[in-house]
Design a binder for this molecule. Structure first.
Ligand code: ADP
Ligand code: MG
Length: 224
C-alpha cells in the first residue's frame, strides 16, 4: 500500500510539473505573439516591443535550462570530488553578486579531505541555487555562512545559513513544489531541481527557518 501511494504521488508531481511547464511557457509565448501582431499592424514604438519580446524569450530559456538540469545524469559523469573545493568555487562565483547586495559570504570547511561521488557541475548548480536564494532573502545585507563538516565519517553535512527573511511555517510545505515562488521574477524551480539532483546523489536536504534566517543542510555520502 505504501509503494502504491508513493507511485501515485510521483504521478501527480509529474502531472503538476507538466501543467506548470505548459502554463509558464504559454504566458511568454502569448505575450510574444501579441507583440508580433502589433508590429505586423505597423504600430510605432518597435524598439520597446523588441525588448519585451527578447525578455520573454529569455524567460522561456531560463525555465527550460532549469528544467534541463533535471535530466538524469549518466552514471559515468560521477567522479570522486573534494567537497571543499566545490564549495570554494561556488562561493567565488557568487561572491560578486553578494557584495552588490552588501552581503558577506564566509566559508568554514572544517574537514579538508572529504570527497563525494558526484556530478560536479550538477552539485555546483545546487549550491549556487541555495546561495542565490539566500542572497535574494537578505534585503538589508548581512552574512551568509557556508560550511562543511563530516558526520561520523560516513556523510558530510553542508550548511548554507543566511540572515534573511526566513520562510513562514505555513509556506514551508510549498517550498520545492514546481513553480512555487514568492518572487516577481522567480521561476520556482530552483529548489525542486536541487532536491532531485541531491536525490540522485543519495543525499538529503533539510530546511530550518525562522524569522532570523534560514539554514539549508545538504547531507551527502562520503566516497573515499
Ligand atoms: P525562486 O528562487 O525562483 O523563487 P526556488 O525554488 O529557488 O524558486 O525558491 C522557492 C521559494 O522558496 C522562493 O520564492 C522563496 O519564497 C523561498 N525560499 C527559498 N530559499 C529561501 C531562503 N533562503 N530564505 C527565504 N525564502 C526562501
Ligand atoms: Mg531560487
Amino acid at each position: 500500500a505504501h509503494e502504491l501511494m508513493l507511485n501515485s504521488e510521483k504521478l501527480s508531481v509529474a502531472g503538476q510539473l507538466a501543467a506548470g511547464i505548459a502554463h509558464e511557457i504559454r504566458n511568454p509565448i502569448t505575450a510574444i505573439k501579441g507583440f508580433l501582431q502589433l508590429m505586423e499592424g505597423g504600430v510605432q514604438y518597435k524598439k520597446e516591443f523588441y525588448s519585451v519580446i527578447s525578455s520573454e524569450i529569455n524567460r522561456i530559456e531560463l525555465i527550460l535550462s532549469e528544467l534541463l538540469s533535471l535530466a538524469k545524469p549518466p552514471l559515468d559523469n560521477y567522479r570522486h570530488k573534494n567537497i571543499g573545493s566545490i564549495l570554494q568555487h561556488v562561493v567565488a562565483l557568487t561572491r560578486s553578486q553578494a557584495t552588490l547586495h552588501n552581503i558577506h559570504i564566509t566559508t568554514f570547511i572544517r574537514d579538508k579531505h572529504l570527497n563525494v561521488l558526484c556530478d560536479e557541475n550538477k552539485l555546483k548548480q545546487v549550491f549556487i541555487n541555495f546561495i542565490k536564494n539566500a542572497i535574494e532573502a537578505m534585503h538589508n545585507g548581512g552574512n551568509i555562512t557556508v560550511s562543511a563538516q563530516s558526520d561520523g565519517n560516513r556523510s558530510v553535512i553542508i550548511k548554507i545559513a543566511d540572515e534573511g527573511t526566513g520562510i513562514p511555517t505555513e509556506m514551508l510545505r510549498e517550498i520545492g513544489k514546481p513553480f512555487f515562488t514568492t518572487k516577481e521574477n522567480g521561476t520556482g524551480l530552483g529548489i525542486m531541481v536541487s532536491y532531485e539532483i541531491i536525490k540522485h546523489h543519495n543525499g538529503e536536504v533539510k530546511i530550518d527557518s525562522n524569522s532570523n534566517g534560514t539554514t539549508i543542510s545538504v547531507i551527502l555520502p562520503i566516497s573515499k
